[in-house]
Design a binder for this molecule. Sequence first.
Ligand code: HEC
Length: 155
Amino acid sequence: MPGHPAMARPSTILLLGFSILLAACAAQEPIVIQGTAVPPLPKLDAVRVKKGERLYAQYCASCHGVELEGQPNWQQRQEDGSYPAPPQDSSSHTWHHPDELLLEIIANGGDPAFGLRMPGFEDQLSEDEMRAILEYMKSYWDTEQREFQWWISAR
Ligand code: HEC
Protein backbone atom coordinates (compact mmCIF):
# COMPACT_ATOMS: atom_id res chain seq x y z
CA MET A 1 0.00 0.00 0.00
CA PRO A 2 2.07 3.00 -1.21
CA GLY A 3 2.16 6.03 1.02
CA HIS A 4 1.07 4.07 4.07
CA PRO A 5 2.53 5.64 7.25
CA ALA A 6 4.02 2.32 8.31
CA MET A 7 6.37 2.49 5.29
CA ALA A 8 8.48 5.18 6.96
CA ARG A 9 9.35 3.05 9.94
CA PRO A 10 12.08 0.70 8.74
CA SER A 11 14.33 3.54 7.59
CA THR A 12 13.80 5.42 10.85
CA ILE A 13 14.79 2.34 12.76
CA LEU A 14 17.81 1.85 10.52
CA LEU A 15 18.94 5.43 11.10
CA LEU A 16 18.52 5.08 14.84
CA GLY A 17 20.46 1.81 14.83
CA PHE A 18 23.23 3.45 12.82
CA SER A 19 23.57 6.36 15.27
CA ILE A 20 23.76 3.96 18.21
CA LEU A 21 26.45 1.98 16.40
CA LEU A 22 28.44 5.17 15.75
CA ALA A 23 28.20 6.21 19.40
CA ALA A 24 29.34 2.74 20.50
CA CYS A 25 32.35 2.83 18.15
CA ALA A 26 33.42 6.23 19.42
CA ALA A 27 33.55 4.90 22.99
CA GLN A 28 35.52 1.80 22.00
CA GLU A 29 39.13 2.83 22.24
CA PRO A 30 42.12 0.63 22.95
CA ILE A 31 43.31 0.71 26.54
CA VAL A 32 46.89 1.83 26.94
CA ILE A 33 48.61 1.47 30.30
CA GLN A 34 52.38 1.71 30.76
CA GLY A 35 52.76 1.96 27.00
CA THR A 36 51.08 -1.40 26.37
CA ALA A 37 47.85 -1.31 24.35
CA VAL A 38 45.11 -3.91 24.58
CA PRO A 39 41.78 -4.00 22.70
CA PRO A 40 38.86 -1.89 23.98
CA LEU A 41 37.09 -2.93 27.15
CA PRO A 42 34.33 -5.40 26.21
CA LYS A 43 30.82 -4.70 27.44
CA LEU A 44 29.47 -6.98 30.14
CA ASP A 45 27.00 -9.53 28.84
CA ALA A 46 23.72 -8.93 30.74
CA VAL A 47 22.55 -12.53 30.35
CA ARG A 48 25.80 -13.91 31.75
CA VAL A 49 25.79 -11.37 34.58
CA LYS A 50 22.30 -12.61 35.52
CA LYS A 51 23.44 -16.22 35.40
CA GLY A 52 26.47 -15.32 37.54
CA GLU A 53 24.25 -13.51 40.03
CA ARG A 54 22.21 -16.68 40.58
CA LEU A 55 25.29 -18.86 41.00
CA TYR A 56 27.01 -16.34 43.25
CA ALA A 57 23.97 -16.27 45.58
CA GLN A 58 24.03 -20.04 45.75
CA TYR A 59 27.76 -20.70 46.17
CA CYS A 60 29.56 -17.56 47.31
CA ALA A 61 27.24 -15.15 49.14
CA SER A 62 27.36 -17.07 52.44
CA CYS A 63 31.00 -15.98 52.89
CA HIS A 64 31.54 -13.06 50.52
CA GLY A 65 28.23 -11.34 51.35
CA VAL A 66 24.94 -10.90 49.49
CA GLU A 67 26.13 -7.50 48.22
CA LEU A 68 29.72 -8.75 47.70
CA GLU A 69 30.64 -6.78 50.83
CA GLY A 70 32.78 -9.53 52.41
CA GLN A 71 33.02 -10.46 56.08
CA PRO A 72 33.65 -7.90 58.86
CA ASN A 73 37.32 -7.05 59.50
CA TRP A 74 38.34 -8.95 56.38
CA GLN A 75 41.81 -7.39 56.45
CA GLN A 76 42.53 -8.71 59.94
CA ARG A 77 44.30 -12.00 60.37
CA GLN A 78 42.46 -14.35 62.74
CA GLU A 79 44.04 -16.20 65.66
CA ASP A 80 44.32 -19.37 63.59
CA GLY A 81 46.25 -17.45 60.95
CA SER A 82 43.42 -17.36 58.39
CA TYR A 83 41.69 -14.32 56.91
CA PRO A 84 37.92 -13.68 56.70
CA ALA A 85 36.38 -13.61 53.21
CA PRO A 86 37.20 -10.32 51.45
CA PRO A 87 34.63 -8.24 49.52
CA GLN A 88 34.42 -8.87 45.77
CA ASP A 89 33.05 -5.42 44.96
CA SER A 90 35.30 -2.46 44.19
CA SER A 91 36.48 -2.04 47.80
CA SER A 92 38.94 -4.96 47.97
CA HIS A 93 41.86 -5.89 45.74
CA THR A 94 40.04 -8.59 43.75
CA TRP A 95 39.99 -6.36 40.65
CA HIS A 96 43.81 -6.13 40.74
CA HIS A 97 44.01 -9.76 39.64
CA PRO A 98 43.77 -11.05 36.07
CA ASP A 99 40.92 -13.39 35.07
CA GLU A 100 43.17 -16.44 35.00
CA LEU A 101 44.28 -16.01 38.62
CA LEU A 102 40.73 -15.38 39.85
CA LEU A 103 39.45 -18.45 38.00
CA GLU A 104 42.28 -20.50 39.45
CA ILE A 105 41.38 -19.36 43.00
CA ILE A 106 37.68 -20.12 42.41
CA ALA A 107 38.50 -23.57 41.01
CA ASN A 108 41.19 -24.63 43.50
CA GLY A 109 40.64 -22.41 46.53
CA GLY A 110 43.21 -20.75 48.78
CA ASP A 111 46.41 -22.49 49.82
CA PRO A 112 45.80 -24.07 53.26
CA ALA A 113 49.56 -23.77 53.88
CA PHE A 114 48.97 -20.04 54.17
CA GLY A 115 45.91 -20.55 56.33
CA LEU A 116 43.61 -19.62 53.46
CA ARG A 117 40.04 -20.80 53.87
CA MET A 118 38.64 -20.27 50.44
CA PRO A 119 37.22 -23.62 49.26
CA GLY A 120 37.76 -24.82 45.66
CA PHE A 121 34.70 -25.22 43.42
CA GLU A 122 36.21 -27.34 40.68
CA ASP A 123 33.85 -30.25 41.40
CA GLN A 124 30.70 -28.13 41.69
CA LEU A 125 31.00 -25.51 38.97
CA SER A 126 31.92 -25.75 35.29
CA GLU A 127 34.45 -23.28 33.89
CA ASP A 128 31.59 -21.54 32.10
CA GLU A 129 29.74 -21.10 35.41
CA MET A 130 32.88 -19.75 37.12
CA ARG A 131 33.32 -17.28 34.26
CA ALA A 132 29.67 -16.19 34.64
CA ILE A 133 30.26 -15.52 38.35
CA LEU A 134 33.34 -13.49 37.41
CA GLU A 135 31.24 -11.52 34.90
CA TYR A 136 28.79 -10.77 37.72
CA MET A 137 31.60 -9.64 40.07
CA LYS A 138 32.85 -7.31 37.33
CA SER A 139 29.45 -5.59 37.26
CA TYR A 140 30.36 -4.22 40.71
CA TRP A 141 33.62 -2.61 39.56
CA ASP A 142 33.80 0.92 38.23
CA THR A 143 35.01 1.66 34.72
CA GLU A 144 38.58 2.46 35.74
CA GLN A 145 38.89 -0.76 37.72
CA ARG A 146 37.32 -2.72 34.88
CA GLU A 147 39.76 -1.17 32.40
CA PHE A 148 42.74 -1.97 34.56
CA GLN A 149 41.56 -5.53 35.20
CA TRP A 150 40.84 -6.05 31.49
CA TRP A 151 44.27 -4.70 30.64
CA ILE A 152 46.08 -6.91 33.13
CA SER A 153 44.11 -9.93 31.84
CA ALA A 154 44.60 -9.17 28.13
CA ARG A 155 48.15 -7.84 27.94
C1 HEC B 1 33.46 -20.86 53.19
C2 HEC B 1 33.59 -19.48 52.84
C3 HEC B 1 33.79 -19.11 51.37
C4 HEC B 1 33.00 -19.42 50.30
C5 HEC B 1 31.72 -20.23 50.27
C6 HEC B 1 33.62 -18.76 49.15
N1 HEC B 1 34.75 -18.11 49.52
FE1 HEC B 1 35.99 -17.05 48.32
N2 HEC B 1 37.24 -16.66 49.89
C7 HEC B 1 37.00 -17.05 51.19
C8 HEC B 1 38.09 -16.58 52.04
C9 HEC B 1 38.20 -16.80 53.53
C10 HEC B 1 38.99 -15.90 51.18
C11 HEC B 1 40.28 -15.16 51.59
C12 HEC B 1 41.39 -16.06 51.91
C13 HEC B 1 41.81 -16.88 50.75
O1 HEC B 1 42.20 -16.30 49.71
O2 HEC B 1 41.75 -18.11 50.87
C14 HEC B 1 38.42 -15.99 49.84
C15 HEC B 1 39.02 -15.47 48.72
C16 HEC B 1 38.46 -15.46 47.46
C17 HEC B 1 39.06 -14.85 46.28
C18 HEC B 1 40.41 -14.15 46.24
C19 HEC B 1 40.18 -12.69 46.48
C20 HEC B 1 41.38 -11.86 46.28
O3 HEC B 1 41.18 -10.66 46.13
O4 HEC B 1 42.51 -12.37 46.28
C21 HEC B 1 38.17 -14.99 45.27
C22 HEC B 1 38.31 -14.48 43.84
C23 HEC B 1 37.03 -15.71 45.78
N3 HEC B 1 37.24 -15.98 47.11
C24 HEC B 1 35.91 -16.01 45.05
C25 HEC B 1 34.86 -16.82 45.51
C26 HEC B 1 33.75 -17.24 44.70
C27 HEC B 1 33.52 -16.81 43.25
C28 HEC B 1 32.97 -18.04 45.48
C29 HEC B 1 31.74 -18.81 45.06
C30 HEC B 1 31.88 -19.68 43.92
C31 HEC B 1 33.60 -18.11 46.79
N4 HEC B 1 34.74 -17.34 46.76
C32 HEC B 1 33.09 -18.80 47.86
C33 HEC B 1 35.93 -17.75 51.66
C34 HEC B 1 34.90 -18.29 50.88
